[in-house]
Design a protein around this ligand. Structure first.
Ligand code: XMP
Length: 520
């Protein structure tokens, strides 16, 4: 948890798919909030957290089901504003003396329109832009009687209690989801809620930076910290922030596995050494990695080899610098939110992602994770605050196993060279056309197939490659980027003319799902 001088809002999670969006909306309004699963929120927790307001999220359960998730009653006895959303609304009504009914014929999913009643209150100021407001509904059960003290402020055809409030106690309950995109005026709803709760918008990145620096100094003391720096936004921002806090008690290790893009290693290492004067070891272990990958074509085997070697190499360099007590990681908030699972069961492994997750356990080190409270776009803002160059902050994500998973089949030095050259031309094209920032991720994959072509008067027999470019919000789902035919034609011609070893270019238009972003 962050220093308690900031006003803090608590979001109690009942397992909705969109709980994180509540936090996003509030953070955009400069309000510090944390999401905690309902099981964790006890009376002691509340006393320690000291929230200035509480939001009860939606969720898939029914208040009628056995063991239905409930917050402690204390939530309603703290004399602070509480907002219940969807399932949260039903919980409030159930606990405060209203009535919820099963949704026979009244379930509602999707777009709906809420109309105001004749009652007017400050918490709706500016919300009804017209005589009805578009909202997003997703509920099975519904409230059939509101709790004593509540009044109705908005109705929809299927939800007569779409907006209700007990303004004396500052309790608010809505049937719809103000946090989703499809409730276009949803942010205004939250703005009104936090304003009446008395938040002063003190959650800014420069405040975060100062807090984080104090916190890191306190946690680390005079001990040494080691950080695996990949050149990606998260590890870069974490490293620079920690360096600001404890200077040369931090050492970074850049593990070069020989699977980086053209000139990438030199650019990353120079940037950190020259701009930041940050102690950085350049671990050139490309021979080791490429040697162990020789003859391997199975994607999972590649990933496992790279992941294990990474840990081995990192340990070697940690010993070289005389050990460290702490390991710094660029873990983000979405990775630490404990999601509430009602149906349980392990999910299928699609790919074994490479990250440095195995390190802390093996090396018995304590973790420094200064980005644990932040979302990705907040990390970027912090990066700007710390003076990182925009070209670094806006870089497309690059996977830990690097080019290995963009080279289906066997990896060879010559294939990697061809791939690097083609990728550089492609990215240059994207930048020249001003498209880089519109695209979530773009890269070339070299295909394990040679095709016949005719170049000049001769026959060619070279590799085919594919271009990939996707739009996405979080990498979980993605769509292909709709380049123009002119762009694709020009890029294909440039790659074939400028890159020896490729005579055919294709464009991958698979979305995710069913595809994945990377080829392996
Ligand atoms: P997929 O291919 O699973 O990729 O659709 C989703 C996002 O994750 C990146 N990716 C990785 N990132 N280690 C990483 O740090 C990995 O092992 C890894 N595999 C995929 C991928 O580039 C995309 O942004």
């Amino acid at each position: 948890m962050i220093k308690k001088t900031h006003d803090r809002l608590l979001i109690i999670d009942f397992g909705s798919q969109v709980t994180q969006l509540i936090a996003r909306r509030l953070r955009e309004l400069n309000v510090y909030c944390e999401i905690h699963p309902f099981q964790q929120v006890t009376d002691t927790f509340l006393a320690d957290f000291r929230p200035k307001a509480i939001i009860l999220s939606g969720g898939p359960a029914s208040v009628f089901s056995k063991g239905a998730p409930m917050p402690p009653k204390l939530v309603f006895e703290l004399d602070i504003p509480v907002l219940g959303i969807c399932y949260g609304q039903q919980v409030m009504m159930q606990l405060l003396g209203g009535k919820v009914e099963r949704g026979h014929g009244t379930a509602e999913f999707g777009r709906a329109y809420v109309t105001p009643t004749s009652l007017k209150e400050g918490f709706l100021n500016g919300w009804f832009m017209t005589d009805r407001e578009q909202v997003w509904m997703s509920h099975g059960d519904h409230v059939s009687k509101i709790a004593p003290g509540f009044e109705v402020y908005g109705t929809s055809p299927n939800a007569p209690f779409a907006i209700t409030a007990d303004t004396n106690r500052k309790f608010f309950a809505v049937q719809f989801h103000p946090e989703v995109h499809h409730t276009p005026n949803g942010s205004k709803f939250f703005e009104n809620f936090i304003s009446l709760a008395g938040f002063n918008g003190d959650w800014t990145m420069s405040a975060y930076r100062d807090d984080a620096i104090t916190k890191i100094r306190k946690q680390v003391g005079s001990n040494r910290v080691i950080c695996a720096l990949s050149g990606g936004v998260d590890s870069s921002v974490a490293a620079v922030l920690i360096h600001e806090a404890i200077g040369d008690q931090l050492t970074c290790v850049y593990v070069d596995h020989g699977l980086m893009r053209k000139d990438e290693s030199t650019e990353v290492v120079n940037m950190f050494r020259e701009h930041y004067n940050l102690p950085l070891l350049h671990a050139d272990e490309s021979e080791l990695f490429l040697g162990k990958l020789e003859g391997v074509s199975d994607p999972e085997e590649k990933r496992k080899i790279i992941g294990n070697l990474f840990i081995e190499v990192f340990e070697k360099y940690a010993k070289k610098i005389g050990g460290a007590t702490f390991l710094a990681q660029g873990t983000l908030y979405p990775d630490v939110i404990e999601s509430v699972s009602f149906n349980g069961g392990p999910s299928v492994t699609i790919k074994s992602h490479h990250n440095v997750g195995g390190l802390p356990k093996r090396m018995k080190m304590k973790l420094v994770e200064p980005l644990r409270e932040l979302f990705k776009d907040e990390v970027r803002t912090l990066g700007y605050e710390l003076g990182l160059p925009s070209s670094f902050i806006k870089r497309h994500p690059f996977p830990g196993p690097g080019l290995a998973i963009r080279c289906p089949g066997e990896i060879t030095g010559s294939k990697l060279e061809i791939l690097r050259a083609a990728d550089a031309v492609y990215i240059d094209q994207i930048q020249k056309h001003g498209l880089y920032d519109e695209i979530w991720q773009a890269f070339v994959a070299i295909l394990p197939v040679k095709t016949v072509g005719v170049m000049g008067d001769g026959r060619s027999y070279d590799y085919a490659c594919t271009l990939r470019a996707v739009t996405s919000v979080d990498g979980m789902t993605a769509d292909y980027y709709p380049f123009t035919h002119e762009f694709l034609g020009e890029t294909a011609a440039r790659i074939i003319n400028e890159v020896a070893g490729i005579n055919r270019v294709t464009y991958d238009i698979t979305s995710k799902p069913p595809g994945t972003i990377e080829w392996e």
